[in-house]
Design a protein around this ligand. Structure first.
Ligand code: SF4
Length: 330
């Protein structure tokens, strides 16, 4: 059942802003405007992270940040001080910067309009949005960006635009087993229509201190084995199942169908789960019995189909081997 190797990518994590219009019950990343840790990274800080990543052999710049922060009072002033009217235009320029430095952008800006995806597509090798759950959960109460139909719409727009895409489910946030199964079937059906889903993350909820869900139980390994096995049975063969090795030991999950370990960063922390350090690549290999193989943020099948823009194209031969995986890095 498991494939003969397990993939991962080497990335830098860029938490562009921790200001967000949503207030998910499990989030330990978001900060209110006025909080001393609320921030928007300026271009020079982003450039420093990207350059450090390029020196460390990374191929991916992962831009993950709060959703539509402009809707939070005061944030637009920060953006206008940098010369931007909205976060998407700022992100486009940072993706261009990333390409100049030699890293392929993968952006996760939350739910987007089709025209916003069109703007980002030329400068991203792939993009992502977790479905999280198709169910209605208390954890998402009052979060306009967590309405499942809105998230599904963004994933479908990405399909229409042929953007290689990452999505996934968050396990243990109060959803039922039926919600989980329905979420996986929705992702499967979208992929059958558009063919753009490259990986589905099966991410285990981890309670964070000082959040509403600080004492909510995390799913155990058996729950995760059952969920990964169900994902493997439900999803098409050309969609990778990803688990996060800094959040759960991946060995048994690989045995039941997980085939990707996501982005491992040699130089930045997981800002969403700062308490959970990423293993280095040697440690990662000891966690699974199959050999590791490094990939790019765009999966080999999409490299072969040339689902990338002329802006991305110059980096493909530089980073990619003949099979569409990461060229050996020395
Ligand atoms: S989990 Fe994401 S969408 Fe929810 S509050 Fe945190 S940053 Fe915002």
């Amino acid at each position: 059942m498991p494939q003969s190797f397990v993939t991962f990518s080497r990335n830098v994590f860029i938490p562009l802003t921790n200001v967000c219009r949503n207030k998910c019950g499990y989030c330990g990343f978001r900060r209110d405007m006025g909080h001393p840790e609320a921030k928007l990274l300026p271009p020079d800080e982003v450039a420093a992270i990207l350059s450090k990543g390029a020196r460390a052999g990374c191929s991916e710049a992962l831009f993950t940040f709060g959703e539509r922060p402009e809707e939070v009072d005061g944030f637009s002033t920060w953006l206008s001080e940098l010369g931007y009217g909205n976060i998407i235009d700022y992100l486009v320029d940072l993706c261009k910067l990333s390409l100049r430095i030699g890293l392929l952008p993968h952006s996760n800006p939350g739910i987007l309009e089709r025209r916003e995806l069109e703007k980002l597509k030329p400068f991203n090798a792939s993009m992502g949005l977790m479905l999280e759950t198709a169910g209605t959960v208390k954890a998402h109460e009052g979060c306009i960006g967590k309405i499942p139909l809105e998230r599904i719409k963004t994933i479908e727009y990405a399909g229409e635009l042929k953007i290689p895409f990452t999505t996934g489910i968050l396990v243990g946030i109060g959803e039922t087993w039926e919600d989980r199964l329905r979420s996986l079937k929705i992702i499967r059906d979208i992929h059958e229509r558009f063919g753009h889903i490259q990986e589905v993350i099966i991410q285990n909820f981890i309670p964070k201190p000082y959040t509403k869900m600080a004492s909510h139980p995390a799913p155990g390994i058996n729950e995760m084995i059952k969920t990964v096995s169900t994902a493997w049975e439900t999803l098409p063969d050309d969609v990778a199942i990803q688990v996060s090795p800094n959040l759960i030991p991946p060995g048994e999950l690989v045995e039941c169908g997980a085939s990707d370990l996501g982005g491992i960063s040699p130089g930045t922390i997981d800002y969403i789960n700062p308490e959970a350090p990423w293993p280095n690549i040697k440690e990662l290999q000891t966690m699974v019995s199959s050999p590791l193989r490094e990939r790019l943020p765009i999966y080999p099948q999409f490299v072969k189909k040339k689902w990338f823009s002329s802006e991305i194209a110059p980096l493909i031969p530089r980073l990619c081997d003949a099979e569409g995986f990461r060229k050996a890095y020395k």
